[in-house]
Design a protein around this ligand. Structure first.
Ligand code: T6T
Length: 327
């Protein structure tokens, strides 16, 4: 065979294989389930929007099914119901690192590929052969340790590098918010020796509880300078607490997440900085990754998505505002 013919034959092979895979993929309409941490959170609503965009582009049926609160007790029955319907793949934001391992193992044992989005189970290092929770194919999310460090630096700048602050957080056991707190405390300890981080307040994802906890901390430490709200409800609640205590602009607020209401909070000076995640991107790449796997392609074991930092100087810029979450 001359060289030209040989090259032609070699390049024809993968093309034929790819065409066959695509034809097969088109014959069969895949169903991919997306199970959020909870259904009524702008973060997951935006993730679903991104997932739907990818599903439309790929001709996939996307099912968004979740619980009304961020809790393994309500998420596991939803997961069981989804497994019973035998989708081709499951994308899930597990609400607890440990408590979702066994329930998700059932999906894996039933031959349903699992990809976790936003949060992880076990250590989050998948496909290593180590631990009970390494079976998901991929983890697609923000770098939450880095996000916590960004929050620490923003809060330190807002309070002039000295004084008392605390973290308003959801509850221990959630990979994302645990990592944000870890990143925040690491950066504070390493980079800001004149800042004291008071005890973390856990609010169970209840903004009202976060608001009263803020007031409780302020009642005990009247020289409180700032708070880091480690997710949407913690941040909104902490900001409300600051407002109710009449401390707008005096107690500085750095918020993780970017619901639409954060715009007003930034403009009135109640919130100094909001760290927006890119949930639409997480959903989009979740569906693309599941589809790639289902059509015989290998996929990365982790995909990191970025942040957009919002403050009074840029919040009116459409290139920034486009990262506000849907409602
Ligand atoms: O911060 C997000 C998400 O990343 C986290 O895992 C849980 O809380 C949110 O959904 C915001 O409410």
């Amino acid at each position: 065979m001359d060289r030209r013919k040989f090259l032609g034959a070699a390049s024809a092979l993968p093309l034929t294989a790819a065409a066959a895979t695509m034809a097969k993929a088109q014959d069969k309409k895949f169903t991919i389930a997306l199970i959020p941490g909870l259904t009524t959170d702008g973060f997951y609503i935006t993730m679903n929007r991104g997932a739907q965009a990818a599903a439309d582009a790929l001709g996939v049926e996307l099912v968004f099914q979740g619980a009304p609160d961020f809790n393994p007790v309500t998420q596991v029955p939803v997961l069981d119901a989804v497994i019973a319907r035998a989708p081709n793949a499951i994308l899930i934001a597990p609400t607890d690192k440990v408590q979702l391992v066994e329930p998700l193992k059932k999906a894996h044992d039933a031959g349903i590929p699992v990809i976790t989005v936003d949060t992880f189970i076990g250590t989050g290092n998948y496909q290593t052969g180590a631990g009970d929770g390494d079976f998901p194919l991929s983890y697609i999310a923000s770098d939450n340790v880095l996000g916590g460090k960004i929050a620490a630096r923003a809060l330190a700048a807002a309070i002039g590098g000295t004084g008392k602050v605390f973290v308003s957080n959801v509850k221990p056991g959630i990979s994302t918010t645990d990592q944000r707190e870890e990143g925040f405390k690491t950066a504070m300890a390493e980079e800001f020796p004149n800042i004291t981080v008071l005890e973390t307040q856990f609010n169970d994802n209840d903004a009202n509880k976060a608001a009263s906890q803020l007031q409780g901390v302020f009642a005990r430490d009247a020289d409180l300078k700032g708070v880091f709200g480690a997710n949407l409800f913690s941040a909104l609640g902490a900001a409300t607490g600051v407002q109710q205590a009449g401390q707008t602009g005096t107690i500085k607020v750095v918020a993780f997440d970017a619901p639409v209401s954060i715009v007003d909070n930034i403009k009135t000076g109640l919130v100094d900085v909001a760290i927006a995640q890119h949930p639409a991107e997480i959903g989009y790449f979740g569906v693309v990754s599941a589809f790639a796997h289902l059509t015989g392609n290998s996929i990365p074991v982790s995909i990191g998505t970025g942040f957009t930092i919002m403050d009074a100087s840029n919040i009116d810029d459409p290139e920034v505002a486009k990262y506000l979450y849907s409602e």
